[in-house]
Design a protein around this ligand. Structure first.
Ligand SMILES: Cc1cc2nc3c(=O)[nH]c(=O)nc-3n(C[C@H](O)[C@H](O)[C@H](O)COP(=O)(O)OP(=O)(O)OC[C@H]3O[C@@H](n4cnc5c(N)ncnc54)[C@H](O)[C@@H]3O)c2cc1C
Length: 414
């Protein structure tokens, strides 16, 4: 495999997850010769590893989003793939949500387009430097193994999984019982350890992660208690679909107060909800107790198990607590950004960067954000699969400017 050491790369995408790969595939479909000028770097040896792990960990069987949202530019790509392979039954009503397996197979198929070119590199970025004024390649990327290369344009497609959110009341309990109280991002439904658990499993959270975990664990015969701060809410999608259309996005773009934009995102993504399909399964699941509108008051140990005192009463014989409490993006939590944030006045609103209309960071020219990092521009859909297309449309011309011999046809009207 070619190495990146000491090379000059026109465009670098940090993150080979859904967004990084989608952006690269879209760019290559428009301009195949870009393959010689682009690198995707990720801490994992294979693309989309993080996506695969998070869906497998929970035992997720179907995506929440419809079939038209995926990693290639052709909206009907998955539907046609399903038809071609006789797998239409893996598109669930009412919105043809693909099964996790179908989605994964389709992604793998699309990834072969990338393997034709050596553009994906295992490279965990430890430092990102910007030498303002340095000629063609002002960015310097240094890996955790101390390998370095230069780039003229960098796109952050780093997701939000490094920002697992643990509510403050749990930090001391987690410190006391680190093996028993874990965030859902660290939990594996099929772990060996779990098969030795004899007590109840308590899941904290009211979103789809909590619901899917509860369903999967009950199906494996565990006694589960689901604790939520509010009543459980059922929604098909995790944001209103209007956020993919021009009306809502234009209104959002007209809002100059970024604090207000943040508020709009919070209101529209809400506190988490469960799809009708998972909710129905939960309602018919034996071995499950749901404690809605409940607070945990204390967690203590009793013999080999935990004992949890809640506003709804005591839960005894608990072997494990899983915090399905989501993620709270904050750019400061990405260690490789620390130096840049210290050196330059990158404006942040509640941890999110204030990017410009082209998703460019201020004051760092040719550094762009996609996914959750671009939420203050793209709106509530930004971190989802559909957000990758919205981000690509904003960044594409800027990317093309870093490629040699930009063909005239890439300038689209409208
Ligand atoms: C269980 C689950 C189910 C979901 N289901 C759906 C769904 O059905 N539909 C939907 O639209 N959304 C869904 N989502 C949201 C989903 O996470 C996003 O749609 C998607 O994964 C976001 O892609 P991303 O590329 O922004 O982030 P990720 O897929 O998390 O990719 C980020 C990548 O950046 C890499 N990275 C980070 N820091 C560094 C570094 N310093 N150096 C190198 N690489 C780095 C990571 O290794 C990772 O590969 C789901 C989320 C979860 C947790």
């Amino acid at each position: 495999m070619k190495t990146l050491a000491h090379r000059n790369i026109p465009i670098t995408i940090i993150g080979g997850g859904i967004h990084g790969i989608s952006i690269a595939l879209r760019l290559l479909r428009e301009m195949p010769s870009a393959a010689r000028h682009i690198a995707i770097v990720d801490r994992y040896p294979e693309p989309l590893t993080q996506w695969r792990q998070k869906t497998e960990r929970q035992g997720m069987t179907f995506l929440r989003s419809p079939a038209v949202h995926h990693i290639t530019p052709d909206p009907l790509g998955i539907v046609e793939y399903a038809e071609h392979h006789n797998r239409q039954h893996e598109l669930a009503p009412p919105y043809s949500q693909p099964s996790t397996k179908l989605f994964w197979d389709y992604c793998n198929d699309a990834l072969t387009e990338l393997t034709q070119y050596p553009i994906y590199y295992q490279f965990e970025v430890a430092k990102l430097r910007w030498d303002k004024g340095a000629d063609k390649h002002p960015f310097r990327l240094i890996s955790t193994n101390n390998v370095g290369f230069r780039s003229s344009c960098v796109i952050l497609a780093i997701g939000s999984d490094d920002c697992a959110y643990i509510p403050s009341e749990f930090t001391s309990w987690q410190h006391q019982y680190p093996d028993r109280i874990i965030h859902s991002s660290k939990f594996l439904v099929d772990s060996q350890q779990l098969s030795e658990d004899t007590g109840k499993i308590v899941i904290v959270g009211g979103g789809l992660t909590a619901g899917t975990l509860a369903k999967s664990l009950c199906e494996k015969g565990h006694q589960v208690v689901l604790i939520t701060r509010k009543q459980l809410k059922t929604e098909q999608f995790d944001f209103p679909p209007i956020w993919l259309g021009p009306k809502a996005l234009t209104e959002f773009a007209n809002e100059d107060d970024f604090q207000q934009r943040y508020k709009v995102i919070q209101e529209n993504r809400g506190e988490g909800s469960i799809t009708p399909e998972v909710m129905e399964a939960l309602q018919n699941t034996p071995h499950l107790d749901i404690y809605p509108a409940t607070y945990i008051l204390s967690i203590t140990s009793a013999k080999h198990h935990l004992q949890i005192n809640t506003s709804h009463g005591m839960i005894a014989d608990v072997s494990r607590v899983i915090l399905a409490t989501g993620y709270r993006f904050n750019l400061r939590r990405y260690g490789f950004m620390t130096e840049l944030i210290k050196q330059y006045p990158i404006p942040l609103v509640c941890g999110f960067p204030k990017l410009d209309d082209n998703l460019q960071f201020y004051p760092i020219e040719n550094l762009f954000g996609s996914g959750t990092a671009a939420q203050l521009q793209i709106g509530p859909a930004s971190g989802n699969i559909a957000g990758a297309n919205l981000a690509y449309e904003r960044i594409r011309e800027k990317m093309f400017a870093h490629l040699p011999q930009t063909p005239m046809h890439i300038k689209r009207s409208g």
